[in-house]
Design a protein around this ligand. Sequence first.
Ligand code: PHE
Length: 358
Amino acid sequence: MEDLETLRAEVIAAVEKAPDLTALDEVRVGALGKKGRVTALMKSLGGMDPETRKQAGQAMNRVKDAVAQAIEARRAALEAAELNARLARERVDVTLPVRPETAGTIHPISQTWDEVVAIFAQMGFAVAEGPDIEDDFHNFTALNFPPEHPAREMHDTFFLPERPDGTRHLLRTHTSPVQVRTMRGEAPPIRILVPGRTYRSDSDMTHTPMFHQFEGLVIDRTTHMGHLKGCLSEFVEAYFEVDSVPMRFRPSFFPFTEPSAEVDIGCSRQGGELRIGAGDDWLEILGCGMVHPNVLKACGLDPEVYQGFAFGMGLERIAMLKYGIPDLRTFFESDLRWLRHYGFAALDVPTLHGGLGR
Ligand code: PHE
């Protein structure tokens, strides 16, 4: 009995001193494991006479239970301490000011792209796209450019190397081939806006070999030039964010439209500052017209039944006008100072009700 008390006191003292869970487990094995001290004592019961064994057995069981309880209590305490230590260690101070990360900006091309799409989406135009590498049929022939016609030269086309069958693919010189792809692929009514990259071999203050265009196409049974004018004036006012903009159609020529027009909007240029919507000066912003019957025919549409309009404009050009960017080439130089100056807040998606550009 004396021994039992000493054993109990020693084991429980060791349990309470165990500094961590591993040490505690060692103590447990040392006492209650197969070769543990308490287990060894229990084994000695076998050699006792029945009366002594009954008494000693009860006493040993009490010791065993006490030791087990002490171990459980210590384990709970150690686990709680460990959790608290971890919570303290991994604490995040959410009140700290954010680190000064360098925030990126939205490139004026992306911004203008989103603005124009938002405006035409509101008018029910769906966005359509086509490949940058085109063939002669979609870029020229179906658009009523006669073979060997100088209008093909007008575009300063980039041709790809000749193929075994003698044809040459090219980098599309305008977004108009997507008109052809759409008309050949879907039945009217058609109402699409085609934003995209275009290419011409040209480079100066107002020309870069790669630039962007927006093409609009509407085909239906009764679509007429009044609708074209209405759409464009709606667009111009929404885009330049002015209540009313004088607009005039100047007769022009494109092989794929008849009649064709160039559209000017009213502006003033006092003191070198361009202001849209005011004054008595004019500024050319886009080309447009009624889709030529030959184009409709090339796309499998009966010109006696269907008609419509198309327009095309340069994305960089309207961005330059709205945001006062003087040199087209700077769009593509990736100069960070330029991007910080002309860039737009990220995640600030242009919408008509929320405002287009900030
Ligand atoms: N594709 C013409 C160009 O690039 C623009 C245009 C499109 C004109 C549609 C009229 C109609 O110059």
